[in-house]
Design a protein around this ligand. Structure first.
Ligand code: EPU
Length: 336
């Protein structure tokens, strides 16, 4: 079913709670609805997919069409002794699927508990947390190609997943509307507790069961990340920068406690939260906006902020990090 809204307020549809409007919002629940929405001669000129609105910053009224998937079917498509595969519609809340898997004893999604957002958004930036990424369980992505007017499928390999990266941010940017995602989960335990304090938190709960891992991840997230229901934010505002090994070594010689992680092609990923923290910006507040005091990677709207106030703060943070470390940190959030 298609539903069409005009001049619709966006405050409740973006986790920053910025008070902008969209000229049009078109909701759909069936993939075939997109054939109607993008029918020849009738296709919207300017559009953007709005999922849960958790990774977006509106800086002005949106003068195009926000396409909003609301389909919520979750279907088991294959099962054998070791695995279970399912297809989840784009409009399902990511954490509802994680909870579904954990309740049924299926391994693979638990480290990604409580990540805000919808299934349809998960492949776009290959969401990740606590040593796991969506790509570890995604097998296929079904989408509507607006340039060709066709429903197509990509295998995991064809999605070109990387750290907060996929083909949907590059070759398929502005031409793909994800309708459903297929995942394969495992029936045998395969705990992945290598990241940070996770092992300790899980042991404190009695060991590596699915329920304990989910509970530990939720507790860690709740302790560091502000609840969007109370304070506007979009999770990590910046990506962790990936730099050449030589640059990382040079910085490590000066800052031996700087957290770094291996990245593709011998590069190193640096914790941007640490860089912002060390640049003295953690807890910094300017008017309605600020840098979260428990996780410096998160910018917050204390209430009533405009998107442009958030941008101005982001630029101030980028400048502070660049002046101290010579590194440019880039937004992870979509800015419209
Ligand atoms: N750190 C600081 N100060 C801070 C924040 C972090 O010193 O204010 C240090 C921490 O002590 C730690 C390191 O930086 O040594 C990394 O911090 P953390 O484990 O909190 O993770 P992160 O790299 O800052 C990433 C993801 C988060 C995800 C966590 C946990 C990105 C951009 N962010 O943050 O994802 O929850 O790892 O896996 O990769 C999101 O994308 O919205 C998000 C919240």
């Amino acid at each position: 079913m298609i539903r069409h809204f005009t001049e619709h307020p966006l405050a409740e549809m973006n986790s920053f709670h910025v008070r902008e409007h969209s000229a049009h919002i078109v909701e759909f629940d069936q993939p075939s609805d997109l054939d109607t929405i993008f029918a020849e001669g009738n296709a919207p000129g300017k559009w953007f997919v709005l999922g849960g609105g958790n990774n977006i910053l509106f800086t002005t009224r949106y003068d195009g069409v926000l396409i909003h998937p609301v389909g919520k079917n979750l279907t088991i498509i294959a099962e054998d002794e070791q695995t279970l595969s399912l297809r989840a519609d784009a409009g399902i809340e990511w954490d509802d699927m994680v909870a579904w898997c954990v309740e049924r004893g299926l391994w693979g999604a638990e480290n990604l508990s409580l990540i805000p957002g919808t299934i349809g958004a998960s492949p776009v930036q290959n969401i990740g947390a606590y040593g796991a990424e969506a790509k570890d369980i995604i097998t296929r992505v079904n989408y509507f190609n607006t340039a060709e007017g066709k429903h197509l499928t990509l295998s995991k390999e064809e999605c070109h997943f990387g750290y907060r990266e996929s083909i949907f941010k590059h070759d398929l940017r502005s031409r793909a509307i994800i309708t459903s995602v297929e995942f394969t989960l495992h029936k045998e335990p395969r705990p992945n507790l290598g990241y940070g304090d996770l092992q300790r938190e899980v042991e404190a709960r009695g060991g590596a069961t699915l329920a304990n891992i989910r509970d530990a991840v939720c507790a860690i997230r709740r302790s560091k990340l502000p609840d969007t229901a109370e304070i506007g934010n979009a999770g990590s505002f910046f990506k962790n920068p990936v730099v050449d090994a030589a640059i990382a070594e040079d910085l490590l010689a000066r800052y031996e406690n700087m957290p770094t992680y291996p990245a593709a092609d011998g590069c190193r990923k640096i914790a941007a939260g640490w860089l912002i923290d060390q640049a003295g910006m953690k807890g910094y507040r300017k008017g309605n906006v600020g840098v979260h005091d428990r996780q410096a990677l998160v910018l917050v709207n204390f209430g009533g902020a405009t998107g442009n106030e958030v941008i101005a703060l982001a630029q101030e943070v980028q400048r502070a990090v660049f002046e101290k470390f010579g590194i440019r940190i880039e937004p992870e959030v979509n800015i419209l």
